[in-house]
Design a protein around this ligand. Sequence first.
Ligand code: ADP
Ligand code: MG
Length: 694
Amino acid sequence: MSYDFSHFGSRVFNDRVMRDKLSKGTYLSLRRSIDEGHPLEPAVAEVVASAMKDWAVEQGATHFTHWFQPMTTFTAGKHDSFIAPTKEGLGILEFSGKELIVGEPDASSFPSGGLRNTFEARGYTSWDCTSPAFVREGTLYIPTAFYAYTGEALDTKTPLLRSNEAVNKQALRVLRAFGNTQATRVSPTVGAEQEYFLIDREKYEQRLDLKLCGRTLFGARPAKGQEMEDHYCGRIRLRVRQFMRDLDEALWELGVPCKTEHNEAAPAQHELAPVFEAVNVACDHNQLTMEVIREVAKKNGLACLLHEKPFQGVNGSGKHNNWSLSTNDGQNLLDPGKTPYENMQFLVFLSAVISAVDDYADLLRMSAANAGNDFRLGGHEAPPGIISIYLGEQLTDVLEHIAHGDVVDQTPSGILETGVATLPKLPRDGSDRNRTSPFAFTGNKFEFRMVGSSASVAISSYVLNTIVADALCKIADRLERCTDFDAEIQKIVQETVRDHGRIIFNGNNYTDEWVEEAARRGLPNLHNTVDAITAMIAPKNIAVMERHHVMSSAECHSRYEIMLENYCKILNIEAATMCEMSRRQILPAAIRFTGGLAESFSSLKAAGIENRSVRDLAQLLSDDISEADRLTGELERALERCAESADLLENARYHRDCIRRLMEKLREVADRMEKFVAASEWPIPTYADLLYRV
Ligand code: ADP
Ligand code: MG
């Protein structure tokens, strides 16, 4: 029996449903709001709300929720029912235009970084009609932006939507300068590839660290890691196949276009890649994917780990943000194109990206910073903390030729026009691949590979949109004023190579030589989250956010504080979990086992057998027990001192330098003990249990 693909989007209030359920006038009015960003007339909202409710009820919905993305990694929303009791005691269903458009959750319970005080807790959610509503488990989900009473953003969507406007405005200016009058809208597109681990649910439930922190805080390396390279794109096991099938079905219903599923490099690691979409929808869909994936795993007796580094010693997980710009008439602005004219336009957009990434490398690095990602970046499995761009040899060559002016044919008919005609053919596909670059050109888009698997892609997307908008703005200023258009373009490309060429690196980013080379080039190397976060409040970065109305200075500062706070909270929870596991599981098991050794030693001795190995092993474990006990105590005291500093940055540094170091030391001792304690006595599932049981 063939699969019924008509399920795709069956739970989405999409264009087809809108056409079907709304009158032509209402439909066109809503469409204009979606496509051109016009505010919706209240009367229209009323009609849309009513149609949306009727449709949702047909889908089995009893509730609705304003779904939003506060500055945590999760989404939120309270669920209200459609029920409105009448005087007669009957229940009728109600859903007004106002309920569709605005909501009023309590903002004080979400991180605001000083933007909200509890006594002025009002926050609003407002409908983002550019991302379609959908029904999930009896609830109508209405995608919304979340902001404070004063209008300040409290979420990841608001700056994203603002950055879309910024890049649209500047990209259109550049297109107009090229004489393109057809395109009326330029939108970023994003395809977010998602990596994750799948492990057995029962084993997962037995580990406090996995349940509370999403990663293993203890665990000796298994005899087999990923050295055989047999997992990447290997045969997918039956249980995982069943899971992937259920996941596809659940996501397809919700209109999430998942396309590719395969095994990743580490054992138990997998990847899901969707077809790219408009950035705002892609970000919502990635959030939804992260939620659905956990649930489907649970239903299949599995647990999905979205943490950046669930297991030491094997690769961690990332999320690749594939990013491009496209016009509403279907042109991908990062596609080299076939004609010299298209090539020229491509080179201008490419120059904009190159200069933007060089000028704001620190901000882009910040967009991928979180406590979990610190274990990946620079760990020889993911790019280091240094941002650079991979263009491929061919394209780099083309740029250098233009920069040096060697391809320019000096005919009187205008420089670059003929120059471009003599360009080597621009590479049409990124066949020469480089998997080590944090920011790689892959033929018709850039792939930003630093983002952590649990992070929202909205952050790196709004940073990219904004910095590229800024670069395009400078280019548009020049193109609008210049007298010789072709010569100006040549100059733009030349200056980009001259002033920003240092950001281009086509070699292996995982090597130590690159780290040294990058330092010589003056590229920032932000090793860890705490250092990376400070980019959020660097004056030039606040300025670019303000210039394009993406975030105010206050909003940048609030995000900075929230990121530091989150970092400290995560390390706090991890350290406390470690102490608990050490005191209540690992130490007792080690003590019991060592006691058993001592008894064996005595009874052997009583039988006239002197066994030194038994005694030595007991001594070794006994020493480790003392050391683990001492380190646990030290960590406990260090945690008590956390609250002492009122300065957020200082506190974050304390977590990074003191707490994390102690955690590493404690783990080392515990992992050593694991290797000697009998398997039957070890209190928690081992790496082999976790990585090879599905
Ligand atoms: P690979 O990285 O293995 O070559 P693809 O190039 O097919 O795979 O795509 C990787 C991801 O990039 C997919 O999610 C795809 O939808 C996305 N993608 C492709 N084209 C674009 C584009 N123009 N804008 C944004 N994302 C894109
Ligand atoms: Mg990829």
